[in-house]
Design a binder for this molecule. Structure first.
Ligand SMILES: *Cc1c(COP(=O)(O)O)cnc(C)c1O
Length: 465
């Protein structure tokens, strides 16, 4: 047996990794040459790697470690639950306390009228559930043709065949025959990149009205649902203009189209409320949850479903579910995560301490010559990089080249910021302190300075024509 310890030399671990481990969303051969960074432990907002570096994780893992690393309470609850009942399914007329308690707690925290939870193991699985559930709902209501789903370009809803089809990532659709039929994608409300000379408000309204045009094109009696993230995450933290969501809501109400709010990132405090739908003023019929639900300590997701849909689905056998739906250990950890969030008033911390500190730091970074704007809502943010602040120009080089350079400079300065194209992405643990935000600010500034200097020295600050 191969015994892996953190005490093996980094190069040996990297060689084993390169030989046997296929990484997601990665060109593995390129990674093999560079060598993957080996993360060994975490505490609070900091990660430690096999070389002993202390890295400030301004991405909270993958938008999920909302309470930070090393929370003993979550570890204890997991251990206790594993001893008591490590697994039992919820298929065959059985249930267990962790799933019961978590479903009830979620119903309590969710907006009014959303009182039913279908569990899954991830966000992708939850959106697969939603895809089938809305179609079954309309079929049971005598409208089986009302089955088409409208989403947006550059949306992210997961990586399974169903959820990857719901998402609007062109580079994912290019592989493996996605999207499946019956899913349509309209434009995204990305004013910074696509708004041209329109005001954000004009642009937001125009993009929302693409939904109405698509519904009329397909026929309202054919459209089951509209799915969207309240604020796009993986697409680049795209905060829609203020006009966007009210118009979407009006259109969905008018044509009887269900709204699925994908809260996988926005949920559980990231935008300053329990759910992004509250922040953005959306009345969803289903909310997708995962990531922050357990602070990433256990893989768990789910769909929080409104009374009206639950009434229809509960009247039939819905032939759907996962071995790990409501997994007792995952559910127990998620429940403890929600308890801590409430007992420690994490939402207050976001709204009164961490959020304002992050906002102030990003506003200052917005003055940097490379930064073309500041998009921030609560604890999720993006800084689009540009060779020309006035025109919001793209770089002449391939999209993502500069973002990648900046991410590497962040790593070199012991900071994790992700890049999406040429946008830097920020989504730290919600528990980050004001002092830690200041450390983030210093390291991010250094990384931006170094990136700017490299671009200047290499004569690469030219805009795409
Ligand atoms: C991450 C994410 C998903 C997919 O969740 P997985 O747990 O990776 O399957 C779905 N929707 C959104 C908005 C996400 O950010």
């Amino acid at each position: 047996m191969t015994v892996i310890s953190n005490h093996l030399p980094t190069a040996e671990l990297q060689a084993l990794d390169a030989a046997h481990h296929m990484h997601p969303f990665t060109t593995n051969n390129e990674l093999a040459e560079r060598g993957a960074r080996v993360i060994t432990s975490g505490k609070g907002v900091y990660l430690r790697d096999s070389e002993g570096n202390e890295i400030l994780d301004a991405m909270a893992g993958l938008w999920c470690v909302n309470l930070g690393y090393g929370r003993e309470e979550l570890v204890k609850v997991a251990a206790r639950q594993m001893q008591e009942l490590p697994f039992y399914n919820t298929f065959f007329n059985t249930t267990h306390t962790p799933a019961i308690a978590l479903a009830a707690e979620l119903a309590k925290l969710a907006p009014e009228g959303l009182n039913h939870v279908f569990f899954a193991g991830s966000g992708s699985e939850s959106n697969d559930t939603n895809l089938r559930m809305v179609r079954v709902y309309w079929a049971e209501k005598g409208q089986p043709e009302k089955s088409h789903i409208i989403s947006r370009k550059n949306a992210y809803h997961g990586s399974s065949v169903g959820s990857g089809s719901l998402g609007g990532m062109a580079y994912m659709h290019a592989q493996g025959g996605l999207p499946i039929p019956g899913i349509h994608h309209i434009g995204q409300p990305d004013w910074w990149a696509e708004g041209g000379d329109q005001t954000p408000e004009e642009f937001g309204l125009a993009r929302a009205q693409e939904l109405e045009a698509k519904i009329l094109e397909l026929g309202a009696d054919k459209v089951a649902a509209f799915i969207a993230e309240p604020i796009q995450g993986a697409g680049g933290v795209i905060i829609p203009p203020s006009t966007y969501w009210p118009e979407i809501q009006r259109i969905c109400d008018k044509y009887n189209v269900l709204i699925i709010a994908d809260e996988v990132i926005c949920g559980f405090g990231r935008t300053g409320n329990w759910f992004g739908s509250t922040t953005m003023g959306i009345k969803p019929h289903i909310m997708t949850i995962a990531k922050g639900l357990s602070s990433g300590y256990m893989p768990i997701g789910g769909s929080i479903v409104c009374d009206e849909i639950a009434e229809v689905i509960n009247a039939i056998e819905f032939n759907h579910g996962y071995t790990y739906s409501g997994h007792p250990v995952c559910a127990a950890v998620a429940l403890e995560n929600l308890r801590i969030m409430q007992d420690e008033n994490v939402l207050d911390h976001v709204n009164n301490v961490a959020g304002p500190a992050l906002n102030a730091a990003l506003t200052q970074l917005g003055d940097h010559p490379l930064v073309g704007g500041v998009n921030v809502k609560g604890m999720m943010a993006s800084l689009p990089l540009t060779p020309n602040k006035a025109t919001r120009a793209k770089f002449a080089m391939d999209a993502g080249t500069v973002g990648f350079m900046c991410r590497e400079r962040c790593f070199a300065n012991n900071l994790v910021m992700r890049h999406v194209g040429d946008r830097m992405i920020i989504s730290p643990p919600l528990t980050i302190t004001a002092d830690e935000v200041e450390i983030f600010h210093k390291r991010a500034k250094t990384a931006l300075d170094e990136t700017y200097k490299a671009l200047k020295d290499g004569d690469m600050l030219t805009a795409a024509s």
